[in-house]
Structures are given as structure tokens and as C-alpha cells.
Design a protein around this ligand. Structure first.
Ligand SMILES: *Cc1c(COP(=O)(O)O)cnc(C)c1O
Length: 461
């Protein structure tokens, strides 16, 4: 083996590399800048290896193959369609809620055309972007006024900054939650300039705990939906109505961070533990904040609904401008709210998937298993599975579902899952023992063909 310096000198210079025949099409496809970045990265890896071991040196063919695979990877969009065969409807890592067809149409329309986003067509003058959804949202929640911003974290931050800055906010210790993606109530409180006053214990908080904590520095009682966990057993917390009465007796604001924006009666979704925004408002909440892309089933927005005078103050806060909603999400949100107003719940994918009947799920699982059995030589069974409304983003509500399990001849489930993730349209599925499990609840009708070919390729290999 030659010495290190010689082996480093054997690495060709960038100009020479960029003149190679095999690189020319990629210069066109990816652009010179990106090709150079990728080549530099490859060269850095090679240099590192040469310094690590005497065995390593620059090999033309290895370098070429490694570059070609990096170029191919870079030429594909990074953010891409995946098939969700996990049975988790509101999957935080997979983009939460799917948008209804009507909303997708509205979003494409507003993205590709000028719109009256901030233009009042009647008056021929400047208008308000919030005006497109405020009435609809009030009609669906019973609130006097409303505002939408970028997301719920922003909604909570904004509402606290305007309504509770430099004053104390009373929160139960049982509700000081962290929600996936590092949203923590104490941190948001800090950021807003409000001061957190914790009361009660993790499992039990009483009305008198709130009452004793109130002082002349207090501005607000805050209730937070403990979205992704549940305390069971010896627990207590005051009724929403009692908190509202107490707050109003003391001239304080009662705000609720509802997390998931449930716009229908909880019976419609068969989720008795959830509270609708309407119910929060009618129980006396002055301000309610919620996400657009959890149980509401729309695009990513944060909703703030409540008392007219408070919403008016929030709208004027400079932070409202920094957190404003973009036109594409806004148009999708309006279209989604219109579907609610018409009672077309099954047009909203999140609601439809959560409401899917046992029969429907079982029939789909059986059909899938039948088709797979024709094409794949493996142990294939229809099984009962546990699905979920959404882990981390909304309560761990378990749903009974149906799926298909497949056992590879030799590879273990983890390896099969990895292969399925590496496809052009990646498939994410569950596993149990040494079988992979395809949950049908979250698979769209137009995805079955792709899914079946994917499984065929991986399971027969
Ligand atoms: C999800 C959630 C949030 C954060 O909402 P985003 O829309 O993700 O910003 C805040 N509070 C509660 C209770 C939540 O469940």
C-alpha cells in the first residue's frame, strides 16, 4: 500500500470529475451546484476512509456507483407520498389529517390563482383574511367571534401573550402536559410573558385549589386537554362549568386549550371522552384554542374562538401578524368548514376513517388477503387489530380494526418493514411477532394496487 499522502493525491480534482461522461446527464438534471455538493460529500467520505485505514483508497467504479446512487436519491422529491398501513388515523409523523377532496380543490385553486384573500370585493377596498372563515367558525362553535392563525401552538401563545402577559395564570398540575414536538405548557407560558401558577396534584385538583390560588395578580384560569395521556384511578378535576363560574365571579378569563378541534358532537365520532368546541363555549369558556389538522380533519391551522371583546384584542396583537395563516391553508380550512356546515362528515377523511364500520374494515381486509394470496407465496391471514384515532396528537383512543398479517419465509418483520419503507412509494405498516401487519383503516381505495405490488415485490423476494 502506498502512503496516505499518495492515496489522497490519487483522488481526482473536481474539474476532472465534472468532465466525466457519466456525470453529464446529472449536471443537467440536478444542476451544477447540487452535483458539486454531492461529489464533495462523496470525496470527503473517501478522504475520511483513507485516513482511517491503510486498506482504503480511491476506486473509480466505487466512487461512480456511490455518486450515481446519491444523484438518484437527490433527484426524487424528499417530501413524498407514503402509504399509511399503520391504522393510526391522525399520524403526527405522516402529516396528521388528510384533506377532503373539496378542500384540496380549493387549496389548488387559491395556490394557482389570485384571490380576494385580503380584498373586500363589495367595498372595493382592503379586507381581512380572517373574514373568510370567521362566520362559519362561529356558526359551528357557537362562539361570538373567532380568529385563525398558523397552528394551535401559535394560537395558545398568542392568546396568552395578549390576555395574560405579566400576570398569573392558574393551571392544574394534572394538565401541565408536553405534546409531541416539544410543545410544553410551562414553556409556552414563559414565552408569552405570563406567569404559571400551578395548583393541585398530578391526579387530583379541586375547585378550592383554584380558588385559593387566585390573587390580585391573577388574570386567567386555564384548562388544558391532556392530549396524549390519561391519568386513571383516583382522580378528580372540577367541571368546566364550575371553573367558568369561579373565573367570572372573580372577573377572570377562563381559557381552554382544547387541543383537538372537535366540531361535531362526540357521539358522531363515537368518542365519548372528547369534548366539542361548542360544548366548551356553552360551558362558559371565554376563549378556546384548537388545531385544524387533528380531529377537525382540515389543514394545519390554529383556531381561537370566544368572546368578541377578547378576540378583538387578540386580533390587534402584533404577534397575530407573525403567526398569520397562509392563503392555501385558509382556503382549505374554509372548504372543510363548509362540509361541516352541510353535515357531510364522511367527505372529511379523518372523520370517515374513524367512523368506518367493522363490516367495511373486515370486508376490505378479506379482499386484500384474497388478492395477496393469489400473488404471494407466504402465510397470509385476516386478523383483528388495534387502530388509533391518533397517537401523540390527540388522545390515545383505541379503535377496533381489521388487518392482514404476512409472514416472510426467512426475513424477520423488522427487515420486511425496512424494505417496504425503501420503496418509491414507501409503505408503513405494523408488526407483531415475526409478521408484518397491514391495517386497512388508513389505506385509501386508490392505494391498493400500489400496495399489493409493493408487498408482492418484497414478500416474494
Ligand atoms: C396538539 C396540541 C397543541 C399543539 O397544536 P399544533 O396544532 O400542533 O400547534 C397544543 N395543545 C394541545 C392540548 C394539543 O393537543
Amino acid at each position: 500500500m502506498s502512503d496516505v499522502r499518495q492515496r489522497l493525491r490519487d483522488i481526482p480534482g473536481m474539474d476532472i470529475i465534472l468532465s466525466y461522461e457519466w456525470i453529464q446527464t446529472w449536471l443537467e438534471k440536478l444542476g451544477r451546484m447540487r452535483v458539486k455538493r454531492i461529489v464533495n460529500q462523496e470525496l470527503a467520505d473517501i478522504r475520511k476512509k483513507i485516513l482511517e485505514s491503510e486498506e482504503n483508497r480511491f476506486i473509480d467504479d466505487d466512487f461512480k456507483n456511490s455518486c450515481l446512487s446519491s444523484f438518484a436519491f437527490a433527484s426524487r422529491p424528499s417530501l413524498t407520498h407514503v402509504i399509511n398501513a399503520s391504522g393510526v388515523v391522525i399520524h403526527t409523523n405522516l402529516g396528521r389529517s388528510l384533506i377532503a377532496d373539496e378542500a384540496v380543490k380549493a387549496m389548488c385553486e387559491s395556490a394557482g390563482h389570485y384571490s380576494n384573500l385580503e380584498y373586500d370585493l363589495k367595498a372595493g377596498a382592503r379586507g381581512q383574511r380572517n373574514s373568510h372563515v370567521e362566520d362559519l367558525l362561529c356558526a359551528l362553535t357557537g362562539a361570538e367571534a373567532s380568529l385563525v392563525v398558523n397552528n394551535n401552538a401559535g394560537a395558545v401563545l398568542l392568546a396568552l401573550s395578549e390576555l395574560a402577559k405579566d400576570s398569573e395564570v392558574v393551571v392544574s398540575r394534572g394538565e401541565l402536559v408536553e405534546i409531541g414536538g416539544s410543545f410544553r405548557i410551562p414553556d409556552i407560558m414563559n414565552l408569552s410573558g405570563a406567569m404559571l401558577k400551578e395548583v393541585g396534584t398530578t391526579n387530583r385538583t379541586h375547585l378550592y385549589d383554584y380558588e385559593r390560588a387566585i390573587s390580585e395578580k391573577t388574570s386567567m384560569l386555564l384548562k388544558v386537554h391532556p392530549s396524549n395521556f390519561r391519568i386513571e384511578g383516583f382522580t378528580a378535576s372540577p367541571e368546566r362549568k364550575e371553573l367558568a363560574v369561579l373565573a367570572h365571579e372573580k372577573n377572570l378569563i377562563f381559557m381552554e386549550d382544547a387541543g383537538s378541534g372537535l366540531l361535531v358532537e362526540s357521539e358522531i365520532l363515537n368518542l365519548p371522552s372528547e369534548t366539542s368546541i361548542k360544548e366548551c363555549i356553552s360551558s362558559g369558556a371565554d376563549i378556546v384554542t384548537f388545531s385544524g389538522d387533528k380531529l377537525l380533519g382540515g389543514p394545519q391551522i390554529g383556531g381561537i374562538a370566544g368572546k368578541k371583546n377578547l378576540i378583538a384584542r387578540i386580533k390587534k396583537n402584533p404577534m397575530a401578524r407573525a403567526l398569520r395563516v397562509d392563503k392555501v391553508s385558509l382556503s382549505g380550512f374554509e372548504a372543510t368548514l363548509r362540509l361541516y356546515a352541510q353535515g357531510m362528515y364522511d367527505s372529511i377523511p379523518t372523520l370517515r376513517m374513524i367512523r368506518r364500520s367493522d363490516d367495511d374494515l373486515k370486508t376490505h381486509a378479506e379482499k386484500l388477503a384474497e388478492e395477496l394470496s393469489r400473488r404471494i407465496n407466504a402465510n397470509i391471514r385476516v386478523i383483528e387489530v388495534e387502530d388509533a384515532a391518533g397517537g401523540g396528537s390527540c388522545p390515545e383512543i383505541k379503535l377496533k380494526g381489521w388487518g392482514v398479517s404476512l409472514k416472510h419465509k426467512v426475513a424477520n418483520a423488522g427487515h420486511v418493514q425496512k424494505l417496504l419503507r425503501s420503496l418509491e412509494v414507501p409503505v408503513l405498516c405494523g408488526a407483531r411477532d415475526d409478521e408484518i401487519v397491514i391495517h386497512v383503516r388508513t389505506i385509501l381505495d386508490d392505494e391498493y394496487e400500489t400496495l399489493i405490488s409493493a408487498l408482492e415485490g418484497v414478500m416474494n423476494a
